[in-house]
Design a protein. Structure first.
Length: 128
């Protein structure tokens, strides 16, 4: 069976736009399996990878440009990505039940007594 002709320029246009394999296949009027089979061919894969590389470079350039305008969110994010910067949170102290530690869990702080395996709520905690 002859291979279905795929317009490489159109494929690259959709990849540069950030389309997924499923979306590219739909736009090209072919099946996902057909596209995946073609992507197994080195020359075809090279064209896909070139377009994806162009997308990544464009996005990175826009992010850097935004950071250089002074956007605090982008400055922080790029600092973490490129400079190894990270947020550090340290809290220590003692409470009625002994040492208290704070752990970062999915961006939220969960307090627990150091000698407990799970947080406990006492009457004193409820009144505070």
């Amino acid at each position: 069976m002859a291979k279905k002709r795929i317009d490489i320029e159109e494929l690259q246009r959709w990849v540069r736009a950030g389309a997924t394999i499923v979306e590219v296949a739909k736009r090209l009027g072919i099946g996902v399996r057909t596209l995946n089979n073609r992507l197994a061919e080195p020359e075809f894969r090279k064209k896909w990878d070139e377009a994806q590389g162009e997308l990544y470079i464009s996005l990175r350039a826009k992010q850097v440009a935004l950071a250089l305008t002074g956007n605090p969110t982008m400055l922080i994010w790029l600092g973490k990505q490129y400079l190894g910067q990270k947020e550090r949170s340290e809290v220590s102290g003692t409470g009625a039940g002994g040492a208290i530690t704070l752990e970062m869990l999915d961006g939220m702080r969960a307090a627990k007594r150091a000698d407990d395996t799970k947080p406990s709520k006492t009457t004193e905690d409820s009144e505070a």
